[in-house]
Design a protein around this ligand. Structure first.
Ligand SMILES: Nc1ncnc2c1ncn2[C@@H]1O[C@H](COP(=O)(O)OP(=O)(O)OP(=O)(O)O)[C@@H](O)[C@H]1O
Ligand SMILES: [Mg+2]
Length: 543
């Protein structure tokens, strides 16, 4: 029987320098990692005339052959189980000329040496403890080395200056011996500057694994809250593996699944310790399944049944200390049947007058299940309109002025809230839509004084992203509204309100304001004094 067998081709050697991305960060990581694996507690880096020298106080190199053996390592069994060395790291320096002194021996690896040409090993007598590497590179500046040194557990000195050393996690971290790591949960804004400089994406990098100084990021969000999970490898045997050779990504193996399960538990424990939360009901139940009893989520709701911010709908207020249990939600059936029920319930609450408060609220469906999220409902809404005064296509809907509007809301508790209001919205049945799919926004003449442009604009479609700036569009709506009102209130009242509107700018208590054909304004104050305001043009002509 013919057999074949997997093997490593020598051709790979000639491409070994491309196993790495060729970045300076990558080289710093690999060389610091080797020093640490050799048991070094201190690494000294010096930059001099285009050469970088890295000296460690580790146990030194026993077998130089292993160094240049692509894929082989000479660390002990414990290292094998904890760190899974790949035996390729030193090739990040290929094809540079590299001199290594260790344990009284020295080699100089040149271009060909990296791809298989025999390299001479010379005796140098006493070379001191540890290993010294010298190679040509751009300067290894402190600013770039320190992020790789800070969590490495070693003292690293660059051109005489010591890099900061910090623990990756605090004493609050929970130990997971079977995974060879400790896990600490933090709020996304509770990381220090060293964690943050490793974080690429503020939103995605939710898991940060400190692999002895090198931080590998991953995305896992077991709960709906902005948490970051710090995983600090202890150096004990672990099944957690990273993609080789650069270790920039976690491998999705069995241990990774176990890590995710541990992270999920820690997330809920973190929230349990803190006490309060706003988690969806599903996650509250999941915590219970994991044996972690949480309190119910803090009541989370918006007052009113409309939302949006370009522009905002008119505000609904909740009296101080008013209990949520006395508020109303829109009943599901009503929501399904009546397209404009949310607008009319909101407008009734915002504009109506009641003996006892009518406060509708909106609660996200994710909270369904919590005891506080079950409220009495509004099950029916009626809108009664007075005589129509005028209608016009305005902005993107139809604006209709009517003599009066009354909205009535029937609730599950049998209570009825009814009031006259200045605005309501109706979505016509498809068959009776003379203006296409537009809503009809109804206003009474009082709306002109009572409501702001944006209160009405909200229901007319609001700001359009495809058009002008917000202010410009708002101004356009205002103009159109003015024209609309002028025809309802009559030209006399329109003129009166225009002129009288401008006296609001006068300070002090005045008695009378006159204006003559020259546009000269005379203000007579209550104390008898007078102020004359002439147009500058007229004033110049007179002098
Ligand atoms: N600073 C050092 N001190 C002692 N031995 C070293 C040092 N650097 C490298 N070695 C030896 O050279 C071998 C090869 O190093 P290399 O970085 O290429 O691979 P590795 O560290 O085993 O695996 P990895 O691919 O994960 O880096 C190591 O296994 C180790 O025996
Ligand atoms: Mg290595």
């Amino acid at each position: 029987m013919e057999t074949i067998q997997a093997k490593v081709s020598k051709r790979l050697l000639s491409k070994a320098d491309r196993l790495f991305t060729g970045t300076l960060d990558g080289r710093i990581i690999e060389i610091l990692q080797n020093a640490r694996r050799a048991g070094a507690t201190e690494v000294t880096i010096t930059n001099e005339r285009g050469l970088v020298t890295v000296r460690d106080n580790g146990r030194g190199i026993d077998d130089f052959a292993k160094l240049l053996d692509l894929g082989d390592s000479d660390w002990d069994q414990a290292m094998e189980e904890a760190e899974d060395p790949a035996g390729v790291g030193i090739f990040c320096l290929a094809p540079r000329k590299l001199t290594i002194c260790s344990n009284g021996k020295k080699i100089v690896i040149t271009k060909d040496g990296w791809t298989g040409k025999p390299v001479e090993l010379t005796e140098v007598g006493d070379s001191g403890k540890g290993t010294v590497l010298t190679f040509a590179d751009e300067p290894w500046e402190l600013s770039q080395v320190k992020r790789h040194a800070v969590f490495s557990g070693m003292k690293v000195i660059v051109d005489g200056k010591t890099c900061p050393q910090e623990p990756f996690v605090s004493s609050r971290a929970a130990l997971y011996p079977e995974l060879g790591c400790r896990i600490e949960v933090r709020g996304r804004d509770h990381l220090n500057q060293w964690h943050n400089q490793w974080r690429g994406s503020y939103f995605c990098d939710t898991v940060m694994v400190n692999f002895h100084g090198q931080v590998i990021k991953s995305t896992y969000k077991p709960v709906t809250e902005d948490l970051v999970f710090l995983v600090d490898m202890t150096g004990d045997p672990t099944g957690i593996r990273m993609m080789l050779p650069a270790r920039t990504q976690l491998i999705e193996n069995k241990a990774f699944k176990a890590l995710k399960a541990a992270i999920e538990k820690e997330a809920y424990r973190f929230i349990q310790k803190r006490g309060s939360h706003a988690l969806p009901y599903e996650e509250y139940k999941r915590a219970a399944e994991l044996g972690i009893k949480l309190p119910e989520a803090e009541p989370t709701y918006d007052v009113g049944t409309l939302s949006g911010d370009t522009p905002e709908p008119i505000g609904v207020t909740m009296p101080k200390d008013f209990p949520l249990s006395k508020c109303y939600q829109i009943g599901q059936r009503l929501l399904d049947e009546d397209e404009s029920c949310d607008a009319n319930i909101h407008l009734l609450a915002a504009l109506g007058q009641f003996k006892e408060p009518f406060v509708p609220v909106s609660i996200s469906r994710i909270y369904d299940g919590y005891s506080w999220a079950k409220l009495p409902t509004v099950d029916k809404v009626e809108v009664k309109l007075g005589k129509e005064l005028r209608q016009d296509y305005l902005w993107t809907q139809v604006l209709v002025a009517v003599q009066s509007i009354k909205i009535t809301a029937h609730t599950s508790g049998g209570k009825v809230f009814e009031s006259g209001v200045a605005m309501a919205v109706l979505t016509p049945e498809v068959t009776e839509r003379p203006w296409g799919g537009s809503d009809r926004v109804y206003v009474t003449p009082e709306a002109r004084e009572q409501l702001s442009t944006s209160d009405i604009w909200y229901h007319l479609g609001g700001w359009s992203e495809d058009g002008d700036t917000y202010e410009t569009q708002e101004y356009q709506v205002e103009e159109q509204l003015e024209a609309f009102w002028s025809s309802i209130i009559g030209p006399g009242e329109y003129l009166r309100s225009k002129i009288s509107g401008s006296v609001e700018g006068i300070k002090g208590s005045w008695d009378k304001v006159t204006i003559d054909t020259d546009r000269t304004v005379v203000i007579t104050y209550k104390d008898g004094s007078e102020k004359t305001l002439k147009s500058p043009y007229i004033a110049r002509k007179e002098s």
